[in-house]
Design a binder for this molecule. Structure first.
Ligand SMILES: Nc1ncnc2c1ncn2[C@@H]1O[C@H](COP(=O)(O)OP(=O)(O)OP(=O)(O)O)[C@@H](O)[C@H]1O
Ligand SMILES: [Mg+2]
Length: 301
């Protein structure tokens, strides 16, 4: 049906979801887990600001930084990816810099976000397509933009392929698009929370991704307070001797847990293969990632 790509052994795992739900944390826990299992893995942050520099206490930049055995982290932004793309085409750094540092060009780049998005996806899929500088990893785990921006990112190559059907740009756009739609090569993970707004955004995003890609994303409910308390225990009245403050606090916890259970049941109804990750009691991002590690299983993907 289609020509095989150059490296069909590589996997891309896109991690998305609403802002602040734990995309970076979950992406890091998954990537670390893959590296521990013996697979050379690149964790990619998109954008200009690195979150992982605080987690791994190391500067993170475009080129991959080795963090541990088989585990690397990169920060890719649109302009960096586009620069690399153009450099790879013409192979003259001076001209590339002249081109990008030109005022007219800078204005054009600001006005053409789809071009940067195409360059980012071009870079992410370059290992599988065998195009550009080598990207020798078994897994590329991408800590993506949040929901709306992520959809715009995925739509960029199709828009571009429609816009310029002919020539190398059109061809590349079609190949990128194909990698994104191959469910053996590209995996999609939506991170959610047991809270109303993340849940409704997750349901909407999942539908949009399914209709856009024809691939069903996996959904993870993060920060679930796991407890083996029975309903009877949970609803037991607080001791009469407890202070007013304690009673109020217990009430608050009960209401919080009830809301959590309600939102989880909404997610379970919508996603039969829903996975849960527990709330980790730590304020330190690196400890949270470590705490999640025992709960990362292959079924997550
Ligand atoms: N399971 C968890 N238990 C406890 N804390 C968590 C858990 N998952 C994430 N956190 C914490 O929640 C905060 C937000 O997580 P994170 O930065 O990964 O979210 P994000 O979705 O990447 O955010 P952004 O949209 O800003 O990129 C962090 O402080 C992180 O340590
Ligand atoms: Mg993040």
């Amino acid at each position: 049906m289609h020509m095989p790509f150059q490296n069909e052994k590589q996997r891309i795992i896109f991690v998305t979801g609403k802002g602040g739900v734990g995309k970076s944390t979950v992406a890091a826990a998954i990537a670390e887990n893959m590296a521990r299992k013996g697979q050379k893995t690149l964790l990619v942050e998109l954008g200009d600001q690195s979150y992982f520099r605080y987690i791994y206490r190391r500067p993170i930049s475009y080129e991959a930084t080795e963090i541990g055995p088989r585990f690397f982290v990169s920060l890719w932004n649109g302009e960096g990816c586009l620069r690399e793309y153009v450099f790879y085409l013409i192979r003259v750094k001076k001209i590339v810099n002249l081109f990008f540092d030109n005022k007219v060009m800078r204005t054009f780049l600001r006005a053409a976000p789809a071009l940067k998005e195409l360059a980012i996806l071009g870079k992410i899929t370059s290992g599988i397509r065998g195009w550009g500088p080598p990207l020798n990893f078994e897994n590329i785990v991408v800590d993506c933009f949040s929901s709306g921006h992520f959809l715009a990112l995925l739509r960029a190559p199709r828009g571009m392929a429609e816009l310029i059907a002919a020539g190398p740009m059109g061809e590349q756009s079609r190949a990128i698009n194909e990698v994104l739609r191959r469910n053996d090569l590209s995996k999609y993970l939506i991170v959610s929370l047991p809270e109303e707004l993340p849940v409704s955004e997750t349901i909407e995003l999942s539908r949009d991704l399914t209709s856009e890609l024809g691939i069903q994303p996996k959904v993870i409910c993060n920060r679930v307070y796991l407890s083996d308390m029975s309903a009877a225990e949970l609803n037991a009245p607080v001791s009469e001797n407890a202070s007013e403050n304690t009673k109020r606090f217990v009430n608050f916890l009960k209401i919080t847990l009830q809301n959590q259970a309600q939102q989880e049941s909404v997610l379970h109804r919508e996603f039969s293969n829903l996975k849960e990750l527990p709330l980790i009691f730590s304020a330190a991002g690196d400890e949270v990632i470590k705490g999640l590690s025992p709960f990362i299983s292959p079924e997550l993907l």
